[in-house]
Design a protein around this ligand. Structure first.
Ligand code: ZN
Ligand code: ZN
Length: 244
């Protein structure tokens, strides 16, 4: 089976089968990369999926693959997509600094987590949620704040820590999905990221206890509906004012 047939059989696609290095399944929110089994990190625990060195190329073709790959990685970091990899081996005798060429691959994918180290992007078994703001910034100049918030709000590990601390009732209106909907609403609540971007910029990590708050779906929509993101207390005041 060719790599293209394998990717197609997974229901995933890309912009162009000739130059793509990474693939997307928009229905199941999966990003699929080949992991170069012989290109591991120093501690051998992470497998390389992309290198910044592969950005430049004489004929420009692999550059397109690089740009698409970075778009795909941003979906993993910011839009709740999950990273999957399949193992592949490099063709020998290709310049180390240049983009690796595929020799063979194993047609199964596994769930992995994305890690940045040096100028490489690696897949690892260990879940993380601390990408540097600089990395996130590169591709989202326009609306940084929203994208960063989205990233933290959708990160499962940050979400878990927030909910363990704050519980499952809305911080604005106190709505609790389980109380109203029973078992159906158990574990359902949105998580909102409250910190302004200026303060995150200086740090790598957020504190899920202080910076994430549980909010119900209605309150969360209202927080984000205007041109300015509302604070919890601003929205509480609005609700108060509209009570008769
Ligand atoms: Zn609410
Ligand atoms: Zn929010």
């Amino acid at each position: 089976m060719s790599r293209t047939d394998f990717i197609k059989s997974l229901g995933a696609g890309c912009k162009n089968w000739a130059w793509s290095w990474s693939f997307i399944d928009e229905v199941n929110k999966k990003i699929i990369f080949g992991a170069w089994e012989d290109l591991k990190s120093v501690d051998e625990k992470k497998v390389l999926i992309l290198s910044d060195d592969w950005n430049e190329n004489e004929n420009g073709s692999s550059k397109l693959g690089y740009i698409q790959a970075r778009e795909h990685l941003n979906k993993v970091m910011l839009e709740g997509y999950q990273l999957y990899t399949f193992s592949q081996k490099r063709r020998k005798g290709v310049d180390e600094a240049k983009a690796a060429k595929i020799e063979s691959f194993i047609p199964t994918i596994e769930l992995k987590y994305l890690v940045r180290e040096g100028n490489g992007w690696y897949a690892t078994e260990q879940e993380q949620y601390s990408y540097t703001p600089e990395i996130l910034e590169e591709y989202y100049e326009g609306d940084k704040k929203e994208k960063w918030s989205t990233y933290y709000e959708r990160n499962p590990k940050a979400r878990k820590e927030c909910l363990e601390y704050h519980g499952y009732s809305c911080k604005v209106c106190d709505f609790n999905f389980e109380k109203t909907y029973g078992i159906l609403g158990k574990d359902y609540i949105h998580v909102h990221h409250i910190n302004p971007i200026a303060t995150i910029k200086k740090r790598y990590k957020i504190n899920p206890k202080d910076e994430l708050v549980p909010v119900c779906a209605n309150c969360h929509a209202m927080i984000h509906i205007g041109t300015k993101t509302l604070s919890i207390s601003e929205l509480k005041n609005i609700i108060q004012k509209n009570k008769v």
